[in-house]
Design a protein around this ligand. Sequence first.
Ligand code: F6P
Length: 311
Amino acid sequence: MNETGSRDNVRTLEHYLQGTAPEIVKVYLAIAQSALRLSDELPFHTGMTGGVNPSGDQQAQLDIFSNDLFCDSLLASGVVGQVASEEMEQPRESGPLREHGLSVAMDPLDGSSNIATNNPLGSIFGIWRGPLPQPGRSLLASLFVTYGPTLTLTLTAGKKVAQFVAVRSGPHRGSYVLANDGMVLPDTPEVYGIGGERGKWTPRVEAFVQTLEKRGMKLRYGGTFIGDFNQVLKRGGLFAYPELTNKPHGKLRVLYESAPVGFLAELAGGASSDGRRSLLEVEPRALAETSPCYVGSRGLLRELQSAFVRA
Ligand code: F6P
């Protein structure tokens, strides 16, 4: 459970966060506790609501449950003034903190189409100061949760990236322990996963993917951004939800999904791009604005941007 996989000498999340800004710690701990609760509740909210979210995606019961769970705990933390979510038209706010408190943008349940098939799910959070929307370059911190064979938290407060795993039994039951500190996204690319229907990729996306296939990289696509990105973080490579001929701005939402993950990828030594510049440079004008999303090994992203300019 520690970095060598042993149950001895573990370092808990609370211990690790000593020295991190107290406001950010409160946000992280609120998310960490709610993620444990959500993980326990996953089997009990498996249906669809019949409604759609502001982006037009079908809403699952778990989308609503997770949205309310995280919103309530973030606003109760006493440091968050605004929570914007992929599942809500308007942010929820705590009046006095709106202007100068922390703001959190979240995808409370990433990959909801995987609920029915028991494939990985995630939650994504970006933390800014002051009202949203704001660009990724102003992020203070970001965190993602994976609900897979294990429940993990991967976070950064703007310096290094660390991953924690939830402990479900034994003396540390109910806590998160450090599994990986100072994570480095490998520059030698091994895996790739590209979203969207292949027939709708633009010609320059199709051409670039062919170069990945020719160099022997392995296709790994599970349909949850967080699950797919997590393997790129560990193994090196590329995750993309690219520009499509019928959706030139892709599918992933800048605030709720791609900027928080891009921030974390860049701090782990990787790179992010909208095809032209870092995802952190994208200035969203609306909360649910989308952009093409490419994230992964730094050298590969450099190649992608050059290939796109030449195409
Ligand atoms: O949030 C959108 C999302 O569920 C991502 O987690 C995932 O990468 C993508 O959609 C999958 O989309 P598609 O089904 O089009 O491949």
